[in-house]
Design a protein around this ligand. Structure first.
Ligand SMILES: *Cc1c(COP(=O)(O)O)cnc(C)c1O
Length: 411
């Protein structure tokens, strides 16, 4: 695909748009549960997002999916990477990122994460550390760091699809708005003040845009007050529609609103989407192992669980689901749950799906972000494999764990 084609790619890839025949073959070849990540779609999402913000710098927030194949794919189309932990810095360097381009957002940073970042910065003075507390400045000074620092602002306004991810008005994140000018003075004395940063939520769709832009407005105001910074980073948080009938974010409109909210700034605008880049590029394939008729529901048991995808249990999130073995069968409302002994281990209740039968393969859509990333070995379940699609072929990019992997660190 040419650059232009990638930039013009559709705004959302629905679960129904995937090649069901191919998904069935992948399940047969690699087994289930299986994470499938389409790297072409990852790249297309990045290109399309960047094209909507032509004079801004778009980074990828790694924590949505830190798989090496994803980082490599994004680096190949010119993305820089925003990291929120030392491990993410390490993964980015391993994937081939120039450490000079990395941005490390330190939230209550553990000592070893700060050590790692400061060590990296010694060789790579272009690395930027974003602080959200003056303690972090003290701790950087203790490590003789005097390099690039950005200040994360708590704009006092938060937005997002769930209160647990609306970070903007959460005291945990960033320097309180009123304190920023004073902290900026201190940073200028002891470090190199390069940017102002804010990340005020997640899963922002058109309806939340106005609130989101109020937070961005405050960042723009501060940028004018503080002055003399290289960049203003308004974070990520751009949403994708999880429900089939929800419209995707209008990127052109979003870009316009963001521009207007930031206002005139003498600095580069930066954005750092995570979810938007990878969500619809990934799905989970799972095999039906049980069908149980009860007086209240038809229960469909599958081999994926909340250990595979925790978003439904953690946020009550809706994920689209389809029977890829028999998409044309009549639909029936069913409850789909996994093997974990808690009532939270349910992907859907009363969901109309082409009537599943034992051994059918179901696909769970929009699992590319915060999917594998939040996977666990709960119930002593080895983590599933991940397969990447690129250049018309498939390859395993993370092997399926074994029971030995589950007990490996015990002594
Ligand atoms: C999580 C995070 C992002 C990405 O958020 P999305 O909702 O996935 O776009 C960006 N910046 C920071 C600092 C984050 O913590």
């Amino acid at each position: 695909m040419s650059d232009l084609d990638l930039a013009r790619s559709p705004a959302i890839r629905r679960l129904a748009d995937w090649d069901h025949q191919q998904l069935q073959s992948l399940a047969a070849e690699y087994g289930t549960p299986l994470y499938v990540t389409d790297l072409e779609r990852v790249k297309a999402n990045y290109r399309r997002f960047s094209a909507a913000f032509p004079d801004a710098h778009v980074m990828y927030a790694a924590k949505a999916h830190t798989g090496r194949s994803v980082l490599e794919a994004l680096l190949s189309v010119g993305a820089d990477i925003e990291c929120a932990a030392g491990g993410e810095l390490k993964r980015s360097v391993d994937a081939g990122a120039d450490p000079n381009t990395l941005q490390y957002t330190a939230v209550n940073p553990p000592a070893h994460d700060l050590d790692y970042a400061v060590d990296l910065a010694e060789e790579a003075p272009g690395l930027t550390i974003t602080i959200g507390a003056t303690d972090t400045l003290d701790r950087l000074a203790e490590r003789d760091y005097d390099g690039r620092v950005a200040i994360r602002i708590n704009p006092g306004i938060g937005t997002g699809h769930h209160e647990k991810v609306a970070t903007g008005n959460d005291a945990k994140f960033g320097i309180p708005y009123e304190q920023v000018p004073e902290v900026a003075d201190r940073v200028r004395e002891e470090f190199e003040l390069v940017g102002l940063h804010s990340h005020a939520g997640s899963g922002v769709l058109t309806d939340d845009l106005e609130d989101h832009c109020m937070a961005i407005e405050r960042v723009g105001e501060l940028a004018r007050r503080v002055g003399g910074v290289e960049f203003v980073d308004i974070g990520g948080g751009f949403g994708v529609p999880y429900h089939e009938d929800e419209p995707p974010l209008d990127l052109e409109q979003t870009a316009e609103m963001v521009r207007e909210a930031v206002g005139e700034i003498d600095a580069q605008l930066k954005l750092e989407p995570g979810r938007y880049i990878v969500a619809d590029a990934g799905l989970i394939l799972t095999t039906v192992n049980t069908i149980k008729e009860t007086p209240t529901a038809t229960v469909v048991g599958v081999d994926a669980s909340l250990a595979t995808l925790i978003r439904p249990a953690m946020f009550g999130s809706y994920h689209p689901m389809q029977n890829v073995s028999a998409p044309d069968r009549e639909t029936e409302p069913v409850t789909v749950g996994g093997p974990v002994c808690t009532s939270a281990d349910v992907f859907a209740t009363d969901r109309p799906i082409a009537r599943p039968e034992r051994n059918d393969i179901l696909a769970i859509g929009n699992a590319g972000s915060y999917g594998y990333e939040l996977a666990s070995q709960f119930h002593s379940q080895p983590r599933p494999a991940e397969v990447a699609l690129e250049d018309g072929t498939s390859r395993v990019v993370r092997r399926r764990e074994t029971l030995e992997d589950v007990t490996r660190v015990e002594q």
